[in-house]
Write a protein that binds this ligand. Structure first.
Ligand code: FES
Ligand code: FES
Length: 168
C-alpha cells in the first residue's frame, strides 16, 4: 500500500505494508540513515524521532499510524531553535563517544528543551531515561542540555571522556 507522510517538511511516499515501522521506512525506503536501530522493542531510544514535536520510538510506530502528523528526524533537528541550541551544546561539550545512540539522545533532548526551557536535573532524568548509551555519556549529555537551556554554549574540556566512564 502507498503511504504519504511528511518528513522534515517534505511529503514522502512509501509503498510498504501498513505495519512497517517508521524506522525502516526512514532508513530503507527514504534512505535517511541518521535514525538508528538499536533494540527494535522501544527499550533503547536509538530510533527516536519527533512526531508533531513529541519524541517517539520509530521502531515500534507503524507507518499506518503516522497519518498527517509531522515527522522530524535528526537530519532536520536544527530547523528549530531548541534543536539548534542542543546541537551547538553537543559540540561544545563534545558529548559524543562512539555516536551510535546520539541521534536519539539529541532528538529527546531537543523535545525536552522545546517544552521546558529550563529543565531541572529531575526533568532531564525523566526525559532522557529511555535513551540508553553504552558509552555512558550521561554526564556530558546533562551538561549539554544545561548549556543549551542557558544559551551559554562553551567549548569545554572540563568533562573528559574518561570522567564519563566511556570506552565500553
Ligand atoms: S531501536 Fe527503537 S527503542 Fe531501541
Ligand atoms: S555514544 Fe552512546 S552508545 Fe556510544
Amino acid at each position: 500500500m502507498s503511504y504519504t507522510i511528511n518528513v522534515n517538511g517534505r511529503q514522502q511516499v512509501a509503498d510498504v505494508e501498513g505495519d512497517t515501522p517508521l524506522l525502516w521506512v526512514l532508513r530503507e525506503t527514504l534512505g535517511m540513515t541518521g535514525t538508528k536501530f538499536g533494540c527494535g522493542i522501544a527499550q533503547c531510544g536509538a530510533c527516536t524521532v519527533h512526531l508533531d514535536g513529541n519524541p517517539v520510538r520509530s521502531c515500534v510506530l507503524p507507518i499506518a499510524a503516522v497519518g498527517a502528523r509531522q515527522v522530524t528526524t535528526i537530519e532536520a533537528v536544527n530547523a528549530t531553535d531548541s534543536g539548534r541550541r542542543i546541537q551547538a551544546a553537543w559540540l561544545g561539550v563534545d558529548v559524543v563517544q562512539c555516536g551510535y545512540c546520539q541521534s536519539g539522545q539529541i532528538m529527546s533532548a531537543a523535545a525536552l528543551l522545546a517544552r521546558n526551557p529550563a529543565p531541572s536535573d529531575a526533568d532531564i532524568d525523566a526525559a532522557m531515561s529511555g535513551n540508553l548509551c553504552r558509552c555512558a555519556t550521561y554526564i556530558r549529555i546533562r551538561a549539554a542540555i544545561k548549556q543549551a537551556a542557558t544559551g551559554k554554549i562553551e567549548v569545554t574540556q572540563a568533562l573528559p571522556h574518561d570522567a564519563a566512564g566511556g570506552g565500553q
